[in-house]
Design a protein around this ligand. Sequence first.
Ligand code: AMP
Ligand code: MN
Ligand code: MN
Ligand code: MN
Length: 280
Amino acid sequence: MTLHFDLHAHSTASDGSLSPAALMQRAQAAGVDVMALTDHDTLEGLDEAAATARALGVTFVPGVEVSVTWQGITVHILGLSVDAHNDDLSQGLADLRKFRDWRAEEIGRRLARDGIPGAYEGARGFSSGRLISRTHFARFLVAQGYAPDLRRVFRRFLVHGKPGHVAGEWASLEDAVGWIRAAGGQAVIAHPARYRLTRGKLRRLIGEFSEVGGAALEVVSGSHSRDDYFTMAMHARDFGLLASAGSDYHGPEHPWIELGQLPALPVGCKAIWKDWHLSQ
Ligand code: AMP
Ligand code: MN
Ligand code: MN
Ligand code: MN
């Protein structure tokens, strides 16, 4: 029997819309055998998700998606099989959340100057009171009618060059990978095709990532095309890296991505789970 893996998803601990428990229930209903929770810059949902997964008979992989600034761009590094109570990782993430809190207030001030009052408070209202993300601003702006959907609201307000964009000052690549390894985890470059890097720059990123101890590329991702799967499989092979697969699920109101619908890794990939001792 082939196991179904989904190694990238979000809950209300960051910018997903299902609680950690509800996410695990949906994973089980979707036929996922091995499910990770990888919230942005927080470990807060992991204990709840682990308890629910255990009760449901789903194998749980505790994870995180760390925000990194590399050569001026934001890159996401997943940590898989991390210890949810490791001090190095927890402290690194706490510092990133401090930057997030400041940035959210700054986004609010900039949107206010642009004629949109109350966005900081509005975004907080969408954020379950924990971590705050641009996704919460996007949900507020859509609810207020500033754009018809999340994609368009990002394009109009929240990306580089738009009024609600604040440049990131996230972790270094080396620190992010170091924290993940200190917590016993494996580091994975999330959705590598999404950064729209030239081939040369992407290979520099992968090379540096590999040198500092990174383990894998997310070859199959909910935000990759079929062509991207094969391109990233080739890069993984060239650098001797493992391959991961994850939907990047954020909740049912993002209907273009569902849990547990991922195709198999391309032939020739070494799956990140090949040496895992899988148990519940
Ligand atoms: P942040 O980490 O707060 O800067 O927010 C980044 C998150 O915003 C990503 O993890 C996605 O969930 C979401 N996001 C970024 N760009 C888009 C987009 N174009 N459409 C929908 N969601 C997006
Ligand atoms: Mn997100
Ligand atoms: Mn991401
Ligand atoms: Mn993600």
